[in-house]
Design a protein around this ligand. Sequence first.
Ligand SMILES: [Zn+2]
Length: 237
Amino acid sequence: MKDLLEKLVELQKLEIEAEKIRSLHKNLPIRIRELDEEFKVFQDAIERRRTEFEDKQKLKKEKDRQLQAGQEAMKKTRDRLSEVKTNKEYQSMLKEIETSEKKNGKIEEEIIILLDGLEVASREMKQQEGEFETSRLAYENKKKELQDNVDSLQGRMKELLGGVETMRKDISPDLLRRYDRIKAFANGVAVVPVRKEICSGCHMAIPPQMYNELQTGSEILTCPNCNRIIFREPVVT
Ligand SMILES: [Zn+2]
């Protein structure tokens, strides 16, 4: 009887650990997905900053081009100034030059503002790229750690299931049926020790007569209160 109980206790130990691993293993892919999503949010934000920065650079280039075209046009008008014949024509060209100057001045101001903005944005980008790199490394390390956990849990699970199978072959079908039935109704714990005449499954006292029978261990006994299979503590070594 003592031998049988030891087997049941060992089987239960393996099955409880397997159950724990099953639930851990179930949660890891969820945790990995969450990690991916967190990182994606950060990645999207930095991508947006990069695009904004590039747009500003493009705009600055476009303004440079406009200014250059404006300056060239003005130079041409000035060159033609010496060729005009009438005063009216001359005044009209001066007016044209004045308008162009104003227009070019406005573009120059826009370029200065853009340059300031680009300088600030460039500093911020540099800092954010640094932070992003740090968080990317942390993300990759954490992901690898979780992935390794998945692998090692799978390995341990395989061991445990092998152990469970071997143990179950070694226990009579009748006793296994009884064990499984109790397990299903008792939160996965079918075999519990009795300590100082108290069932550790339900914390109720065991009748003294039964407690004495437990000591002789001639048959498998169950707690009269919670119906779990009980044994005297020394059975497990
Ligand atoms: Zn009990």
